[in-house]
Design a protein around this ligand. Structure first.
Ligand code: GTP
Length: 220
């Protein structure tokens, strides 16, 4: 597996400086083949949809200013591994690296939904010793292809609810804004998870945690 690292800072320490003005977040996109992981990544980074993306696995570095804070994203656009016996395989390295996960399936491809189901379980099992739940957003992509839908919105939402994940349906082909919401929501969850770990979660973070406990979760 070749990973093209297009970032200068992937191995630098995860920082949230004293004034909490700079945040660094490692985001890993996972999911079956052909579901639109690269399309979502490229949409977020460039606002464009180019149609064909090739099969290169890459880590991109991207800096943005959101709510007055400088955010440094490292985004790993993974390739789904071939010939692994375990469906939804995620490597140890990936699990250690990521602060948050975007698990992508295509609403037209039930097998890809099953891969996401496996991947949620794998992440939750691996990270269950941590004090705050690992941030995960489940994304049903290719919403523009509704006429070919084989996974209902309710199924996606239910999986997210039952595994304490965020949920969005989106179309990388049609909208930049929907994709932006996915990344920003994940970033919010990462910040809250860090604050919970440090015991400095604000009111919003506490409400989210309680919502998770009582089974209510914000979706879309
Ligand atoms: N109609 C439609 N097609 C999409 C959408 N997103 C991606 N595609 C198409 O689906 C195909 C696969 O997209 P990729 O972004 O390469 O998918 P991937 O998950 O990165 O695939 P791998 O690199 O094989 O893991 C491409 O032909 C894209 O143009 C979408 O929202 N709607």
């Amino acid at each position: 597996m070749v990973v093209q690292d297009k970032s200068n800072s992937v191995n630098s320490s995860r920082t949230m400086d004293g004034s909490q003005n700079k945040v660094e977040a490692n985001i890993l996109l996972l999911g079956a083949e052909n579901v639109g992981k690269s399309a979502l990544t490229v949409r977020f980074l460039t606002r464009r949809y180019i149609g064909e993306y090739g099969d290169i696995e890459s880590i991109y570095s991207h800096t943005d200013r959101i709510d007055g804070r400088e955010i440094s994203f490292n985004i790993w656009d993974s390739l789904h591994p071939q010939n692994y016996e375990v469906e939804g395989y995620i490597s140890e390295k990936q699990l250690q690296w990521a602060d948050g996960f975007i698990l992508v399936y295509s609403i037209c491809d039930r097998a890809s939904f099953n891969v996401v189901r496996q991947q949620v379980q794998r992440i939750r099992l691996y990270k269950n010793k941590l004090s705050a739940p690992t941030p995960i957003i489940i994304v049903g992509n290719k919403r523009d292809l509704k006429h070919r839908r084989t996974v209902s919105s309710e199924e996606g939402r239910l999986l997210a609810l039952s595994s304490d994940c965020g949920f969005f349906e989106t179309s990388a082909a049609e909208t930049y804004h929907g994709v932006l919401l996915v990344f920003h929501e994940l970033l919010d969850l990462i910040r809250e998870a860090r604050a919970l770990k440090k015991g400095t979660a604000g009111f919003k973070g506490i409400v989210r945690s309680m919502s998770a406990v009582f089974g209510r979760r914000r979706t879309e």
